[in-house]
Design a protein around this ligand. Structure first.
Ligand code: ZN
Ligand code: ZN
Length: 269
């Protein structure tokens, strides 16, 4: 039998934040091992006409893994942070030269990888907390319990069947805490769409597993970029006194630029 071919759209779509978690892992691993200079890109491609699978999962005969609905806002924030960094690679000065030094690009790229690893760790912990996935230890424990159930009609299976309902109930409670933002529709402005996406999605809350880790990862990201800018452009003990004022001005304006494009408020931890 001839192999089935995947019918494709003429235009491929690369989701900016609703990417498949498996592509997130692959892209992160590739970025860590590539030795290239960034920026970090999550390569997930939706190109099929009649399949719900992304290109990578289709090729691997795997099932896509979506971000849990209870963390969509965190994923959106992560994508917004990556987007806010694009000028480090694109901006030019009035003479057409690159505005940011290669050292800054490398520092931002390294920080992006750390941020992504932080989100990945929190994602895995969140999935385990809500029963989406299990550690190898838990898997072997559950296998033993299922064997016990099959042998003695132990009622362990009821708990397993309850898991999706428990998560749905958790989502319903969380959604009731959200501020309702109406769907902007065709005439929605960019601001309305941003509000819809940034406010309407669920995020981890203080007290949730991983909340502090994710908040800390975002703080560390923002601060590490500030530090890189200061280290590279700010005056130090060896700076010629005649250049200190000009360097300080340049360093401050670069810092203000970075702060103005960074999309999130600093979380309190
Ligand atoms: Zn994908
Ligand atoms: Zn996928």
């Amino acid at each position: 039998m001839a192999p089935r071919t995947r019918s494709k759209h003429d235009v491929v779509v690369k989701p900016k934040f609703l990417f498949c978690c498996k592509c997130f892992r692959t892209s992160l691993k590739r970025a860590e091992n590539s030795g290239l200079g960034g920026p970090l890109r999550i390569d997930c491609v939706m190109d099929a006409e009649s399949s719900i699978l992304c290109k990578q999962c289709s090729g691997r005969k795997a099932i896509c893994e979506t971000f849990p609905a209870s963390m969509l806002g965190d994923c959106y924030d992560f994508a917004a942070i990556l987007e806010s960094c694009k000028d480090f690679w694109k901006a030019t000065d009035e003479t057409g030269n690159e505005y940011w030094a290669d050292e800054i690009k490398s520092a931002v790229f390294r920080s992006q990888i750390k941020l992504a690893k932080g989100l990945m760790a929190v994602l895995e912990a969140h999935r385990r907390t809500h029963g989406f996935t299990e550690t190898k230890k838990e898997q072997s424990k559950n296998v033993r319990l299922v064997i016990l159930y099959l042998t003695y009609r132990y009622r362990f299976a009821n708990d397993v069947q309850d898991i999706p309902n428990k998560y749905e109930k958790f989502l319903a409670i969380r959604r009731s805490l959200c501020i309702a933002v109406p769907y902007p529709g065709e005439d929605g402005t960019a601001q309305q769409w941003n509000d819809y996406h940034s406010v309407g999605f669920l995020r981890l809350l203080p007290g949730d597993v991983g909340y502090i880790a994710w908040a800390s990862a975002r703080i560390a990201f923002f601060e590490s970029v500030c530090n890189a800018i200061e280290d590279h452009y700010g005056p130090d003990a060896n700076t010629d006194p005649a250049e200190v004022e000009e360097m300080t001005e340049d360093f401050h304006s670069r810092l203000v630029e970075w702060e103005s494009v960074y999309p999130l408020a600093k979380p309190k931890v």
